[in-house]
Design a protein around this ligand. Structure first.
Ligand code: ADP
Ligand code: MG
Length: 704
């Protein structure tokens, strides 16, 4: 029987959250820390010492022996270095448990083992981790004991960002400043701060751990490199939102409990489109907390799976021909007093502000479609985007029928005087219609859809940090707001100026709006006519980071320096090439040591059977003979493709890291991998199942 617990009681029990701080910290210290958190000031050492001491005492009560600065380098996973709280033994041989403010604020891991994309060559190898006090510390309890985890940013000796969090915090500052400017223009005097809010929906696959362990491709690369389609795929649509099986339900229950203890508000869970695929979504939170929480979600999904004899696959495309996994990044901008700038609102006055915000976002996405696309670029995601299961690789905005109609009126007459769905027209300041919040339809094919009071960016890969897309969203929208404010702050007649600007932006950027079927081939042609980029792979996406446009944007808002952008693109090329090299080597290993020997065994059995049958009686052995011919031909094809792949892999492997290597991997290595996979998948359909050296797709996705 499973254990029962009270969610309200366990929620956040392992988080050093506001309630704990208020209870444990002296009033003055608490107030000081809150000011630092809300206003982004520097924390003084005296306050830090008191906070650190209380944090340590609290963590020790939870069983913690160690603390770690928990950070997100550009490796794609979180990193941590554990230090215990113990001090040097005293004269009496005893130790104390200590944790100073200095240790809380700053750590100094050796940065040389983390990717720096060349920043390391020019600067020192030392790196710093700095406490991000806007994301609460937590205690993680697992087989390794309990550890106090302190969310931190990770920078080089001279302050260059070497992680995901630093640019994210900078971009949050940028959108805060520009949104406040905009709100002031509309007469808002009460809001003090604007924060991007993010709710990521996480998709994942679960497979049986024993079967997983029999597949080297899954172990080394997270995806299957061989595999014929099972007789039944997802065509029946019987899995989506279907009843959750008991084994999976028990797993989800365990995941939820772990996450709730960590203060992650896991809210919805359901089966996804593909068999064995599921989704988990938390309630939205401030962007940096949402990014940290999503890392915890991914970590927890994987960790808990082991306890249930399962393995969680977060790869974007674990199985060819079966829907892959992504992450929907729901994004909005909300003030400290609860005003969502993406809420269409009830009065014409709000509508005008909303329409300005909306057309600014259209402008931002239109101008920087390449950057948004790049922010979701990933070797795994290349298999997914544009494959009729996820958004196409072309960035466009879905507005829904009602907003689209308003936009069309603005564009044709300069004024919108009616609203669809029989809404009563409110003639306010200028004739703009009311909006109904949920008048938006669903369009699953759009990469960037307006869904009532938020935008949903659906391109992000399941395995990726959501930091990069949010950095881009925050910064490009900050730029559009800033441009708008530059115009409006100088305007004599504000009302007139706003209307003109809305109209102007709606007209100039209408081409980014597309409400039709994003999977259709016509859209690819239409997008090309509109001049929208169609960037089909990661290698072609990376250059967006270092265009003059991108450098000017990120430098203007202090999010990235040019050097940081260049270093990031180097890291991306390198990680792409690494991913493909590992895949190629895993394929070589499996084909050479498992598949080919198994096929040889099978041909031997066939040949022996032909001879035995012939010797016994003059029977017709043409079936066996034709099978043998077919298998032998495929075997020869596989053997020769394997030789080509070995050659291609050697060539790619020794190349210097950088764009040329990534291009070689994309064009030559990938082609060689496909050429090997084709005959092997055909062989899988012929060779005796008992002889096939690994579990099939059917075994993996239907028997969980
Ligand atoms: P869907 O129908 O796409 O599943 P939901 O309304 O369930 O959409 O929300 C999906 C995610 O969006 C959840 O994580 C939710 O908390 C988040 N979300 C809801 N409102 C907002 C908002 N204003 N800003 C950001 N995220 C939001
Ligand atoms: Mg959604």
């Amino acid at each position: 029987m499973s254990e029962f617990y009270n969610v309200a009681e366990i929620f956040g029990e392992n988080v050093f959250n506001d309630a704990v701080m208020q209870e444990r910290l002296p009033k003055k210290v608490y107030k000081r820390l809150k000011d630092v958190i809300s206003q982004g000031r520097d924390l003084d050492l005296e306050t830090a010492d008191v906070v650190a001491h209380e944090m340590k005492e609290w963590a020790i009560e939870k069983g913690a022996t160690h603390y770690t600065h928990w950070f997100q380098p550009l490796t794609g996973v979180t990193a941590e270095k554990h230090d215990s709280f113990i001090t040097a033994p005293m004269a009496n041989g005893k130790v104390l448990m200590s944790f100073s403010g200095k240790e809380l604020i700053k750590g100094e891991p050796d940065a040389s083992s983390f990717p720096s994309g060349g920043l390391r060559a020019t600067f020192e190898a030392r790196g710093y981790t700095a406490w991000d006090c806007t994301s609460p510390a937590f205690v993680r309890q697992d087989a390794a004991g309990a550890t106090l985890c302190i969310p931190t940013a990770f920078c080089s000796y001279t302050g260059e960002a070497l992680d995901q969090k630093t640019p994210l915090l900078r971009s949050m500052e940028a959108i805060n400043i520009q949104s406040m400017r905009l709100l002031k223009l509309f007469g808002n005097t009460t809001s003090k701060k604007v924060t991007p809010s993010v709710g990521p929906e996480q998709e994942y696959f679960l497979v049986d751990r024993q079967k997983y362990l029999k597949r080297k491709d899954l172990i080394f690369t997270g995806r299957t490199l061989f595999g014929a389609m099972p007789p039944k795929g997802q065509e029946m649509d019987d899995h989506y939102f279907g009843a959750i099986r008991e084994r999976i339900a028990a797993y989800m229950r365990d995941v939820n409990k772990e996450l709730w203890k960590l203060g992650v508000s896991a809210k919805t869970q359901h089966n996804e489109v593909a068999p064995a695929q599921h989704e988990l979504a938390p309630i939205y939170a401030e962007a940096n907390v949402a990014v940290d929480n999503n890392q915890l979600v991914m970590e927890t999904l994987k960790k808990v799976a082991g306890r249930h004899g399962l393995t969680c696959l977060l790869h974007e495309k674990p199985f060819a021909g079966v829907n892959g996994s992504g992450k929907h990044n729901n994004w909005s901008i909300i003030t400290d007093d609860g005003i969502n700038l993406l809420d269409p609102g009830k009065t014409p006055h709000d509508n005008i502000q909303f329409l300005l915000v909306l057309t600014c976002i259209m402008k931002a996405v239109h101008k920087h479609a390449d950057l948004l696309r790049e922010s979701a670029a990933d070797a795994g995601n290349d298999h997914r985007l544009g494959a009729n299961e996820a958004p196409p690789a072309i960035i466009s905005i879905f507005l829904g029928e009602q907003l689209q109609d308003v936009l069309a009126q603005l564009i044709s007459t300069g004024e919108a005087t009616r609203s669809l769905k029989g809404e009563v027209l409110q003639t306010g300041v200028k004739t703009l219609p009311d909006f109904m919040k949920d008048a938006t339809d669903r369009n699953r094919t759009s990469p960037f859809a307006f869904t009532g009071n938020k935008f949903e960016f659906r391109m992000v890969g399941s395995n990726d940090s959501i930091a990069a897309p949010n950095v881009v969203l925050n910064t490009i929208v900050a730029e559009a707001f800033s441009d708008a404010c530059d115009v409006l702050e100088k305007a004599g007649d504000f009302e007139m100026a706003v209307h003109n600007l809305i109209k102007e932006q709606a007209i100039a950027h209408q081409d980014i709006v597309f409400n039709g079927n994003g999977y259709s081939p016509e859209w690819v042609e239409e997008a090309e006519r509109r001049g929208l980029p169609n960037i089909t792979n990661m290698v072609d996406a990376v250059p967006a980071l270092t265009t003059e446009k991108a450098i000017a944007l990120f430098e203007k808002f202090n999010v990235f320096t040019e050097a940081e952008l260049k270093s990031r693109s180097e890291i991306l090329y390198e990680s792409y090439a690494k991913a493909l090299n590992i895949e190629a080597r895993a394929m070589i290993d499996m084909a050479g040591k498992q598949v080919i020997p198994a096929v040889i065994k099978y041909t031997t059995v066939l040949a022996t059977s032909i001879n035995t049958v012939k010797a016994a009686c003059p029977a017709d052995t043409s079936a066996q003979e034709s099978l043998l011919t077919e298998v032998s031909a495929l075997l020869a094809e596989a053997k020769s493709a394997l030789g080509d792949l070995v050659e291609a892999a050697e060539k790619a492997y020794v190349m210097e890291a950088g764009r040329a290597q990534a291009v070689c991997c994309r064009d030559e290595l990938k082609a060689a991998m496909d050429a090997l996979r084709a005959p092997v998948d055909k062989l899988e359909m012929i060779v005796d199942k008992d002889m096939w050296p690994m579990p099939s797709y059917g075994d993996l996705i239907f028997e969980v």
